[in-house]
Structure formats: C-alpha cells, structure tokens
Design a protein around this ligand. Sequence first.
Ligand code: NAD
Length: 477
Amino acid sequence: MSVAGEPSFRESVDMMFRRATALMDLGPGLQEKIRVCNSTYTVRFGVRLRGKIETFVGYRSVHSEHMEPVKGGIRYSLGVNQDEVEALAALMTYKCALVETPFGGSKGGLCIDPRAWDEHELEQITRRFAYELIKRDLINPAQNVPAPDMGTGEREMAWIADQYARMNTTDINAKACVTGKPPHAGGIQGRVEATGRGVQYALREFFRNPEDAAMAGLSGDLDGKRVVVQGLGNVGYHAAKFLSEEDGAKVIAIIERDGALVNEDGIDVEDVRQWMNRNDGLLAAYPKAKHVVDGAKVLEMACDILIPAALEGVINLSNAARIQAPLIVEAANGPITYGADEVLRAKGCVIIPDMYANAGGVTVSYFEWVKNLSHIRFGRMQRRAEEGRSRILVEELERLSNDQHLGWQLTPDFKKKFLQGSDELALVRSGLDDTMRTAYQAMREVWHGRPEVGDLRVAAYIVSIGRIAATYKSKGL
Ligand code: NAD
C-alpha cells in the first residue's frame, strides 16, 4: 500500500537506513554496499489449471550475502511486486543481524490470490515455483532458505521441501532447504507461533524497563493494557492470543479485511479466530462485538498498544496524525511509512520496530535449520539426564527432611515442574526469549547511550548495520 506523495516501501526502508548511517562512522562506499539489493530474480511460469494455461509471476530477491545462506519468507499475495520483495529482503538482512542469526537477507513472493485456488492447484503452483527457484540455487540449504510469510504456511513449506528432495535425491541436508515446515516433515515445535510469541516476548522486555515504558506514558506490566491488533493471521492471532491469555492484556479491537470488531470490555481472540475459520475468514456477523465497516479507521482508536500485524504502509501520512496509541509494535513488516514515522515520533509515540518485533519467526527458523543439519531433535540427549539429576536432588531433600524430622515437604506442583526436563518446545521458547531480551538490550544501549539517537528504530539499524559492516570488513572489503 502506498499513498500518493509518499516514498515506496523500498525507498522508505532506504530512508530509515540513511537516518541511521548519518549517525555512524562508515565510509560512503561500505554504506552503499550494505544498502543495495544484490540481485532480484523474476520468473514467469505457466501451469495448466482448469483446462487452460495460467501464467504466474514470482520473485526471489537476495539483499545481502555477507552471510550465507540467505534467509527470508515467501509471500503469496496479489500485491507482490519487485519493490516490495526488495524492501522485505533488506529488512531480513537487518533483522538477522540484529537477532544474531547467521544469515544474509532474502525474500520471495508470488503474485497470486491464494484463496482463488484449491489445495491441489496451489500445490501444483507452489511446486512449479519452487522448481524454478531450486534449479537456480535460490532454494538451497547452504545458500538460500525460505520460510512462510503472508499467504503461506506449513503446508506450502512442506511442498517446497519435498520438491527440493525430489530434485536433490542425495542431499542429506535436503530438509534444511526451507523452514516453517510442519513437525512431521522436519519442522520444529513452536515455529508456527514463533513470530507472535516473539512479539509477546518483545513487549514483556519493553515493560521490564520502566523508564522505556514511561517514554510512552505507560507504567506497570502488560496486565490490563488495552490492545488493538490489525490482521488476525499467523502473527496477529498468536500475538493477540498470548498477550490476552497469558499476560492479562485486553484486546479491545481486531481489524481484518472486512472491517473491525470493537468491544471495550475485551474480545476473546480464540473465539474470533474460530469464527473466522467457520465463516470464510470474515468477521462481519460475529455476535459478541460491534462491527465497524471502515476497519482502517479503528487504527486511530484510543488504546495503550497498537499492533499492526497485516501489511506494510497501513500507517502513512493520511492517518499518522490521528493515531492515538502511545506504543506501536510493528508485528508486520513496514506497517509505518517513513513520513508517518516522523509524525509519530514528533508526537512522542514509541515504536518497537519491525526488524526487532517480528524477529521471532526467523529466530525459530534458525533453530529449525540447525535441527535439520544436526539430524536430531533438540533435547533428545539431555532431557532425561536433566530429569535424573533433578530427581536425585528432590529425593535427597525429602530424605533430609524425614531423617532430621524437619517436617517440611515439597509441594506436588513444585516437584512436577522441577522434575520436568526440557523438551524441544521448552528449549525453543527459552532460545527465543533469550534472543528477544538480548537484542532489546543491544538496541536499548544505543537508544539511551547516545543522545543523538532518538528512537528504537534508529538504534536497531545502528546495531545491525554495525554488525554487517564488521562482517564485510573481516572479509577484506
Ligand atoms: P497471514 O497471511 O497469516 O495473515 C495476514 C492477516 O492479515 C490475514 O488474516 C489477512 O486477512 C489480514 N489482512 C490482509 N489485508 C488486511 C487489511 N487490509 N486490513 C486488515 N487485515 C488484513 O500473514 P502473517 O504471516 O501473519 O504475516 C503478517 C505480517 O507479518 C506480514 O507483514 C509479514 O511479512 C510479517 N511477518 C510474518 C512472519 C511469519 O513468520 N509468518 C515473520 C515475520 C514477519
């Protein structure tokens, strides 16, 4: 989405990049090398469907190969175009550097309305698109590893993995050619929810720093915070569900394609999602909240936290001045244009930037890739050993209490939790939480440590560009 007079998504990302590099001590040549998109491959291919040949246009853009493989999702949407894919690939480069996943940045897209085709047709289209990319090494465990994005999910990733395996029958690492696969096809526990979970961890870390919350005029923790979310897809649904069910936040509005639901008393996210599943993804007739036809208007509603989790450019010069949320978490990529970002900052709005806020997906994708390369599930070797050690301690404590007549007992709940070794899901969550906390602190240090750095976005760019520059320098560039 681009509003007249505003830069394109790609230009917007570049302008944000330049705002950061203006505060850095990098030579102009290196800056330019980091900024530019290395290559974008466009493919047009035909698939015979419903008795005729349909032609599709797809892209795979590689922004930076300072580390390989490069990583980035594949989007299915009619809005896909070269500018968008390149902007998203650039964001992937910066995101991977910020959360220290050892990848360069890439992105793919197919110009398609996935709802217009049935499952079998989508499989044919996906396999053909994958074939075109695989034969050019634009899908490859060592060079380029896609993942899900808007309009794609586990199902599409499983087809891509199978297509790669069929074309590379002796590659023992074939499964690592794509992440976001279902667990039975080489995926990892916790990947589907990972981006939304990362948004939750990002917000928890933000509120663990009361001075940061105070900059948005907020205090306390997430309990009772009023949340508006746009997009109840993979990212928005999981983020809103976890925040409301686990942290006590109150989701007061959900914005979707066909308008918004509003209820100041709180909306049951799971109930709405079930409703959407039964009603072709539509919210309109949902009985337990007011339906507002002009969904975009609801972005301007008073709330504590606004979570745009659908598409780019939704907060732009046409509505930025009317946005009331003091805190915006960019769960989507690029939801705020460069111009809107300036307007919001001038109003004192705190923005947790996309390259950090939605990095949970690529973080858990990294764990999945490592799992595929090591050919073993996380926790398989350690879990029971961990439980065994904990059991020795519990039994010894109980023996001491009995022998010494101390009269105290461990509660059954404590024993249950303490005796449980970490399975794959627990380890994935621990790794994700650690990543989100560490990356936040790296941004925060720059945000608070340098007076000329006024916001988290510039801080995030400075941290990540600094790391990319260091990699290039160590390569002798
Ligand atoms: P998705 O396709 O699962 O969900 C998108 C949701 O947005 C859908 O429910 C759709 O109906 C809704 N939507 C579309 N147009 C809308 C509009 N105009 N107004 C309101 N709602 C609208 O996609 P997703 O995977 O959740 O991705 C959402 C965003 O998060 C994208 O920007 C994507 O790049 C970003 N992201 C996704 C991941 C991931 O792991 N899936 C990771 C990082 C970033």
